[in-house]
Design a protein around this ligand. Structure first.
Ligand code: SAM
Length: 242
Protein backbone atom coordinates (compact mmCIF):
# COMPACT_ATOMS: atom_id res chain seq x y z
CA UNK A 1 0.00 0.00 0.00
CA UNK A 2 2.94 2.30 0.62
CA UNK A 3 3.57 2.32 -3.12
CA UNK A 4 0.02 3.56 -3.81
CA UNK A 5 0.43 6.26 -1.19
CA UNK A 6 3.52 7.47 -2.98
CA UNK A 7 1.59 7.93 -6.19
CA UNK A 8 -1.11 9.82 -4.32
CA UNK A 9 1.55 12.04 -2.76
CA UNK A 10 3.03 12.66 -6.17
CA UNK A 11 -0.40 13.70 -7.47
CA UNK A 12 -0.85 16.03 -4.49
CA UNK A 13 2.56 17.63 -4.91
CA UNK A 14 1.82 18.19 -8.59
CA UNK A 15 -1.50 19.78 -7.69
CA UNK A 16 0.31 22.15 -5.32
CA UNK A 17 2.40 23.29 -8.25
CA UNK A 18 -0.72 23.88 -10.32
CA UNK A 19 -0.23 20.73 -12.41
CA UNK A 20 -3.36 18.68 -12.97
CA UNK A 21 -2.63 14.95 -13.13
CA UNK A 22 -5.43 12.65 -14.24
CA UNK A 23 -5.55 8.88 -13.78
CA UNK A 24 -3.81 8.25 -17.07
CA UNK A 25 -0.89 10.49 -16.10
CA UNK A 26 -0.46 8.73 -12.77
CA UNK A 27 -0.72 5.36 -14.53
CA UNK A 28 2.17 6.38 -16.79
CA UNK A 29 4.33 7.32 -13.80
CA UNK A 30 3.49 4.06 -12.04
CA UNK A 31 4.02 1.89 -15.08
CA UNK A 32 7.32 3.53 -16.04
CA UNK A 33 8.65 2.97 -12.50
CA UNK A 34 7.57 -0.67 -12.51
CA UNK A 35 9.20 -1.33 -15.87
CA UNK A 36 12.46 0.49 -15.00
CA UNK A 37 12.71 -1.55 -11.80
CA UNK A 38 12.07 -4.77 -13.73
CA UNK A 39 14.73 -3.91 -16.31
CA UNK A 40 17.08 -2.84 -13.54
CA UNK A 41 17.42 -6.47 -12.47
CA UNK A 42 19.09 -7.22 -15.81
CA UNK A 43 20.73 -3.93 -16.81
CA UNK A 44 22.10 -1.26 -14.50
CA UNK A 45 19.73 1.69 -14.96
CA UNK A 46 19.49 3.17 -11.46
CA UNK A 47 20.98 2.54 -8.04
CA UNK A 48 17.56 3.20 -6.51
CA UNK A 49 15.53 0.01 -6.12
CA UNK A 50 12.89 0.91 -3.49
CA UNK A 51 9.70 2.42 -4.83
CA UNK A 52 9.30 5.16 -2.21
CA UNK A 53 12.85 6.34 -2.82
CA UNK A 54 12.26 6.13 -6.58
CA UNK A 55 9.25 8.45 -6.28
CA UNK A 56 11.14 10.95 -4.12
CA UNK A 57 14.56 10.96 -5.73
CA UNK A 58 13.60 10.43 -9.35
CA UNK A 59 10.04 11.67 -9.78
CA UNK A 60 9.70 14.47 -7.23
CA UNK A 61 13.14 15.80 -8.02
CA UNK A 62 12.52 15.70 -11.78
CA UNK A 63 9.17 17.50 -11.61
CA UNK A 64 10.35 20.11 -9.10
CA UNK A 65 11.08 22.45 -12.04
CA UNK A 66 7.36 22.65 -12.84
CA UNK A 67 6.91 25.57 -10.45
CA UNK A 68 9.03 27.80 -12.71
CA UNK A 69 8.24 29.73 -15.86
CA UNK A 70 11.28 28.36 -17.74
CA UNK A 71 9.56 24.99 -18.27
CA UNK A 72 6.08 26.42 -18.66
CA UNK A 73 7.19 28.74 -21.47
CA UNK A 74 9.35 26.21 -23.33
CA UNK A 75 8.11 24.37 -26.41
CA UNK A 76 11.23 22.29 -26.97
CA UNK A 77 13.32 20.66 -24.25
CA UNK A 78 16.53 18.59 -24.39
CA UNK A 79 17.70 16.39 -21.49
CA UNK A 80 21.47 15.87 -21.67
CA UNK A 81 22.71 12.61 -20.06
CA UNK A 82 19.21 11.38 -19.32
CA UNK A 83 20.32 7.94 -18.02
CA UNK A 84 17.16 6.10 -17.01
CA UNK A 85 15.12 9.09 -18.21
CA UNK A 86 15.54 11.75 -15.54
CA UNK A 87 14.38 14.43 -15.53
CA UNK A 88 13.19 14.01 -19.15
CA UNK A 89 10.56 11.27 -18.89
CA UNK A 90 8.57 12.69 -15.93
CA UNK A 91 8.53 16.08 -17.68
CA UNK A 92 7.43 14.53 -20.97
CA UNK A 93 4.60 12.72 -19.16
CA UNK A 94 3.43 15.99 -17.64
CA UNK A 95 3.74 18.13 -20.77
CA UNK A 96 2.41 16.11 -23.72
CA UNK A 97 2.35 19.18 -25.97
CA UNK A 98 6.02 20.04 -25.52
CA UNK A 99 8.68 18.34 -27.65
CA UNK A 100 11.46 16.48 -25.84
CA UNK A 101 14.79 15.07 -26.98
CA UNK A 102 16.50 12.71 -24.55
CA UNK A 103 20.22 12.20 -25.11
CA UNK A 104 22.65 9.74 -23.59
CA UNK A 105 26.04 8.37 -24.55
CA UNK A 106 25.10 4.86 -23.39
CA UNK A 107 23.18 3.16 -26.19
CA UNK A 108 21.77 0.32 -24.11
CA UNK A 109 20.10 2.73 -21.67
CA UNK A 110 18.67 4.97 -24.34
CA UNK A 111 17.19 2.01 -26.25
CA UNK A 112 15.53 0.64 -23.10
CA UNK A 113 13.94 3.93 -22.12
CA UNK A 114 12.83 4.45 -25.71
CA UNK A 115 11.01 1.12 -25.58
CA UNK A 116 9.46 1.93 -22.19
CA UNK A 117 8.29 5.34 -23.34
CA UNK A 118 6.58 3.63 -26.27
CA UNK A 119 4.97 1.15 -23.83
CA UNK A 120 3.44 3.96 -21.78
CA UNK A 121 2.27 5.78 -24.90
CA UNK A 122 4.51 8.87 -24.94
CA UNK A 123 4.33 10.51 -28.36
CA UNK A 124 6.27 13.70 -27.67
CA UNK A 125 9.75 12.28 -27.04
CA UNK A 126 12.67 11.45 -29.32
CA UNK A 127 15.76 9.58 -28.22
CA UNK A 128 19.35 9.99 -29.34
CA UNK A 129 22.38 7.93 -28.58
CA UNK A 130 25.52 10.06 -28.63
CA UNK A 131 27.80 12.47 -26.86
CA UNK A 132 26.60 15.97 -26.11
CA UNK A 133 29.91 17.27 -27.54
CA UNK A 134 29.04 15.77 -30.94
CA UNK A 135 25.32 16.55 -31.04
CA UNK A 136 26.01 20.10 -29.88
CA UNK A 137 27.77 20.70 -33.22
CA UNK A 138 24.96 19.15 -35.28
CA UNK A 139 23.11 21.94 -37.08
CA UNK A 140 19.73 20.30 -36.39
CA UNK A 141 20.32 20.48 -32.64
CA UNK A 142 22.64 23.43 -32.07
CA UNK A 143 20.77 26.43 -30.60
CA UNK A 144 17.45 24.75 -31.35
CA UNK A 145 15.97 24.28 -27.85
CA UNK A 146 14.09 26.63 -25.55
CA UNK A 147 15.29 24.72 -22.50
CA UNK A 148 18.11 22.29 -21.73
CA UNK A 149 17.82 20.27 -18.51
CA UNK A 150 20.48 18.02 -17.02
CA UNK A 151 20.96 16.14 -13.76
CA UNK A 152 23.99 14.35 -12.29
CA UNK A 153 26.16 14.41 -15.41
CA UNK A 154 29.15 16.69 -14.66
CA UNK A 155 30.23 19.74 -12.68
CA UNK A 156 28.73 23.02 -13.80
CA UNK A 157 31.81 24.15 -15.76
CA UNK A 158 31.87 20.98 -17.87
CA UNK A 159 28.09 20.76 -18.02
CA UNK A 160 27.80 24.30 -19.36
CA UNK A 161 29.98 23.36 -22.32
CA UNK A 162 27.83 20.26 -22.93
CA UNK A 163 24.48 22.01 -22.52
CA UNK A 164 24.59 25.71 -23.49
CA UNK A 165 25.30 25.02 -27.21
CA UNK A 166 21.83 23.40 -27.51
CA UNK A 167 19.98 26.44 -26.18
CA UNK A 168 18.50 29.18 -28.40
CA UNK A 169 19.48 32.75 -27.53
CA UNK A 170 16.77 33.85 -25.08
CA UNK A 171 16.30 30.26 -23.84
CA UNK A 172 17.43 28.56 -20.63
CA UNK A 173 19.74 25.92 -19.24
CA UNK A 174 18.50 24.41 -15.96
CA UNK A 175 21.08 22.36 -14.04
CA UNK A 176 19.69 20.12 -11.29
CA UNK A 177 22.27 20.25 -8.50
CA UNK A 178 22.91 19.37 -4.88
CA UNK A 179 25.75 19.99 -2.43
CA UNK A 180 27.87 23.15 -2.55
CA UNK A 181 25.95 24.70 -5.41
CA UNK A 182 26.97 28.33 -4.73
CA UNK A 183 30.67 27.44 -4.83
CA UNK A 184 30.19 25.35 -7.97
CA UNK A 185 28.44 28.25 -9.66
CA UNK A 186 31.10 30.72 -8.57
CA UNK A 187 33.80 28.47 -10.07
CA UNK A 188 31.97 28.13 -13.38
CA UNK A 189 31.10 31.80 -13.95
CA UNK A 190 33.84 32.42 -16.48
CA UNK A 191 33.01 29.29 -18.51
CA UNK A 192 29.31 30.17 -18.53
CA UNK A 193 30.15 33.65 -19.84
CA UNK A 194 32.43 32.30 -22.60
CA UNK A 195 29.66 29.92 -23.71
CA UNK A 196 27.05 32.69 -24.01
CA UNK A 197 25.24 32.19 -20.72
CA UNK A 198 24.30 34.41 -17.81
CA UNK A 199 23.38 32.85 -14.45
CA UNK A 200 19.97 34.05 -13.34
CA UNK A 201 19.42 32.39 -9.97
CA UNK A 202 19.62 29.29 -7.82
CA UNK A 203 16.19 28.02 -6.84
CA UNK A 204 15.36 25.64 -4.03
CA UNK A 205 12.10 23.97 -5.05
CA UNK A 206 9.60 23.58 -2.25
CA UNK A 207 8.06 20.13 -2.60
CA UNK A 208 5.46 19.83 0.11
CA UNK A 209 5.84 16.59 2.05
CA UNK A 210 9.16 15.67 0.41
CA UNK A 211 12.60 16.36 1.74
CA UNK A 212 14.72 17.33 -1.21
CA UNK A 213 18.13 18.88 -0.77
CA UNK A 214 18.23 19.88 -4.38
CA UNK A 215 18.57 23.13 -6.20
CA UNK A 216 18.05 24.20 -9.77
CA UNK A 217 20.54 26.62 -11.28
CA UNK A 218 18.90 28.66 -14.02
CA UNK A 219 21.24 30.06 -16.65
CA UNK A 220 19.94 32.27 -19.43
CA UNK A 221 21.43 32.07 -22.91
CA UNK A 222 22.08 35.67 -23.78
CA UNK A 223 24.53 35.32 -26.71
CA UNK A 224 25.38 32.69 -29.30
CA UNK A 225 27.93 30.08 -28.26
CA UNK A 226 31.24 30.66 -30.12
CA UNK A 227 31.78 28.17 -32.98
CA UNK A 228 34.68 26.43 -31.28
CA UNK A 229 32.46 25.05 -28.49
CA UNK A 230 31.72 22.37 -27.55
CA UNK A 231 35.23 21.03 -28.04
CA UNK A 232 35.73 17.44 -29.16
CA UNK A 233 34.28 14.57 -27.08
CA UNK A 234 36.08 14.20 -23.79
CA UNK A 235 37.94 17.53 -23.90
CA UNK A 236 35.41 19.54 -21.80
CA UNK A 237 35.97 17.14 -18.88
CA UNK A 238 39.72 16.69 -19.44
CA UNK A 239 40.49 20.38 -19.87
CA UNK A 240 37.64 22.30 -18.21
CA UNK A 241 37.32 25.93 -19.31
CA UNK A 242 39.02 28.24 -16.85
N1 SAM B 1 20.31 12.27 -15.58
C1 SAM B 1 20.13 10.93 -15.04
C2 SAM B 1 19.73 10.99 -13.60
O1 SAM B 1 19.87 12.05 -12.99
O2 SAM B 1 19.29 9.95 -13.06
C3 SAM B 1 21.38 10.07 -15.27
C4 SAM B 1 22.59 10.47 -14.48
S1 SAM B 1 23.96 9.39 -14.77
C5 SAM B 1 24.86 9.59 -13.30
C6 SAM B 1 24.89 10.27 -16.00
C7 SAM B 1 24.49 9.94 -17.41
O3 SAM B 1 25.09 10.88 -18.31
C8 SAM B 1 24.93 8.56 -17.86
O4 SAM B 1 23.81 7.82 -18.34
C9 SAM B 1 25.97 8.82 -18.95
O5 SAM B 1 25.94 7.85 -19.96
C10 SAM B 1 25.54 10.21 -19.46
N2 SAM B 1 26.62 11.04 -20.03
C11 SAM B 1 27.81 11.33 -19.44
N3 SAM B 1 28.55 12.12 -20.25
C12 SAM B 1 27.81 12.33 -21.37
C13 SAM B 1 28.04 13.07 -22.58
N4 SAM B 1 29.17 13.73 -22.79
N5 SAM B 1 27.06 13.08 -23.51
C14 SAM B 1 25.90 12.38 -23.31
N6 SAM B 1 25.64 11.68 -22.19
C15 SAM B 1 26.57 11.64 -21.23
Amino acid sequence: MEYRDNMEQLAEALKDMGMASDEETIWKFRRYMERILEWNEKVNLTSITAEDEFVTKHYMDSVSICAYSQIKDAQSVIDVGTGAGFPGIPLAILFPKKRFLLLDSLNKRIRIIEELSWEIGLENVEFRHGRAEDLGRDKNCREKFDLCVSRAVANLTVLSELCLPFVKVGGWFAAYKSGSVEIELEESLRAIGILGGRPEEIKRPDMKGFELDHRIVFIEKTRKTPEKYPRKAGTPAKEPLK
